[in-house]
Design a protein around this ligand. Structure first.
Ligand code: PXL
Length: 293
């Protein structure tokens, strides 16, 4: 890959349009697992959705038992219950953008795909789907069955309006090791070949870089998004928060590149405001929005 990427400095995270009293806000759906520690998963999504003024519906896929030190176990929902949650809210409330997080198993991935197709959510439809292909917690605890990787490749990613893997997830999904801009572009192409409309290859784990460079590509446009790396051990839920902010922005009808630039600025500010919690890693903090100056 030799194309030069367009480099964009990420703007300040100015807000999306606010809520109006009495009006139904934009409606989004997260299809994800619960984090009992309140830092990642559904809880991270809800924090960001609330701070961004959108109404969040939830399809629970799994309940994890975890704290700031790690995940000690989880139980999965029956796939049919995941389908039913999505059908129920899509049919009544209506969804303007959706995201997936921890899906745990092939059965749940297939259930999500069928329900998303029925609800006309995904790259083939007008309602965008952000796929965060969560494979493990930041502590390395697995959140996805190894045999489900194939369904991630063949069932989930082909439905993605935008897929947002970190570098570990890129390696698991594509077999590619990303260590510089050229391999980041190769990885984006591999994800697009699997069927995503846009691929965001996050560079936050590229420890060699002083910046945190993310590459967003639809195969035609290659947009490099850079922010200064925020040095904090408290980055639990960063990927979830980024994907949730993309989803909230997409519910307002903005383009994928604008939604991703907004979300990158949002999570960067959340990292600047991250706080310690328990004996391990604290979460990114979208509550900076309501913090005293
Ligand atoms: O950050 C990824 C993630 C997503 N969903 C759940 C998690 C985690 C990480 O721990 O627990 C439920």
């Amino acid at each position: 890959m030799t194309e030069a990427a367009v480099v964009r400095e990420v703007p300040a995270p100015s807000g999306l349009p606010g809520a109006v009293r009495g009006d139904t806000p934009h409606r989004v759906l997260t299809i994800a697992g619960s984090d009992s520690g309140g830092g990642a998963g559904i809880q991270a999504d809800m924090r960001t959705f609330a701070m961004l003024g959108v109404h969040a519906c939830v399809a629970v896929t799994a309940v994890t038992v975890q704290n700031s030190i790690g995940v000690s176990g989880f139980v999965e929902m029956e796939p049919s219950v995941v389908t039913a949650q999505i059908r129920s809210v899509a049919g009544d409330i209506g969804i303007e953008a959706a995201k997936t997080g921890m899906l745990a198993s092939t059965g749940i991935i297939e259930a999500v795909a069928a329900a998303a197709d029925d609800a006309r959510i995904g790259r083939a439809f007008d309602t965008p789907l952000v796929v965060d292909p969560v494979a493990a917690s930041m502590h390395g605890d697995s959140l996805l069955a190894a045999e489900a990787l194939d369904a991630v490749r063949t069932v989930l990613i082909p439905r993605a309006t935008v897929v947002t893997p970190n570098l570990d997830e890129v390696r698991l999904i594509t077999g590619l090791d990303v260590n510089d801009g050229a391999s980041q572009r190769d990885a984006a192409h591999a994800l697009l070949d699997l069927g995503a409309r846009w691929a965001l290859v996050k560079g936050g784990h590229l420890r060699s870089s002083r910046d945190s460079p993310d590459l967003l590509s639809d195969g035609r446009d290659h947009i490099e998004l850079r922010t200064q790396r925020v040095g904090t051990p408290h980055d639990h839920g960063a990927g979830d928060t980024l994907a949730a902010a993309i989803t909230a922005a997409l519910s307002h009808g903005v383009s994928v590149p604008r939604a991703v630039a907004f979300a990158k600025a949002w999570v960067t500010e959340g990292l600047r405001w991250a706080y310690p919690l328990g004996a391990g890693h604290g979460p990114v903090n979208p509550l900076w929005r309501v913090s005293a100056p």
